[in-house]
Design a protein around this ligand. Sequence first.
Ligand SMILES: Nc1ncnc2c1ncn2[C@@H]1O[C@H](COP(=O)(O)OP(=O)(O)OP(=O)(O)O)[C@@H](O)[C@H]1O
Length: 269
Amino acid sequence: MTVDRGPLVIEDLALQFGGVAALRNVSVTHEPDEVLGVIGPNGAGKTSLINCITGIYRPTSGRIERNGQRLDGLRPEAIVATGIARTFQHNQLCGQLTVRENVLLGCHRRLGYGMVKAALRIGPAWRAESRLRAEVGPILELLGLADIADDRADSLPYGLQKRTEMARALALRPQVLLLDEPAAGTSDEDRESLVAIIRRIRDHGSCSVLLIEHDVRMVMEVSDRVAVLDWGECLMVDRPAVVAADERVVAAYLGVDEDALELPDLETS
Ligand SMILES: Nc1ncnc2c1ncn2[C@@H]1O[C@H](COP(=O)(O)OP(=O)(O)OP(=O)(O)O)[C@@H](O)[C@H]1O
């Protein structure tokens, strides 16, 4: 069976909170197999964008579409079922469960068992258990979590908890993975591993990655293209080196974080 993997198309998206325009006519196409970074100063609309894509917010106008299906207006669970998974800024792990069990919860959610049946391992969740455990193995390997698979999630350093959350999202077998500030609160070392892991997910996880992140250096390093939001508007979408050199982007960041656009070596050709 061939899986339809079209682009995620965001067209003229607007989101209004009373007098505040969180998003103004944002248009961007997220291609399959790419890492698309989304950057912007505080309040630029990054989280609003991810919340519109995942059905948490309903856009005021515009459309979000994938594989010919309109996504705006669908409920979050229905959007997950179309192949879009996400992680959250603040971990949503079950701390008393192991890393493996947390990832298994992602599998159970995909198959519609729900938390209680999954935790108690009753009904179909029990019958499918060994098959699902086999499915979880490669995900743990991909994210470098195999050695700590049986550790309790709440015993892990924050960076590994974030990685576990990414593994749980991948257990939903998404075609698009949305990462909401995966580097927040993590160490420099974690951030370096994160770059490698995001590339691995793109190359071997069969899904595209949309990455929202404050760490601009990291976004520039790992993204194939970068979208820049400022005051709810999309200033540009282009390759990292082009974005970093654009004066509108520099202006958007001026006075916010002067080092934010001091970037590692980027291919300019
Ligand atoms: N639920 C809400 N109610 C009212 N205003 C909101 C709500 N969510 C976001 N906003 C406003 O919309 C604008 C965009 O916020 P958003 O959180 O999307 O930006 P952001 O780029 O993710 O910021 P940060 O980097 O600080 O997380 C801000 O002015 C914010 O105050």
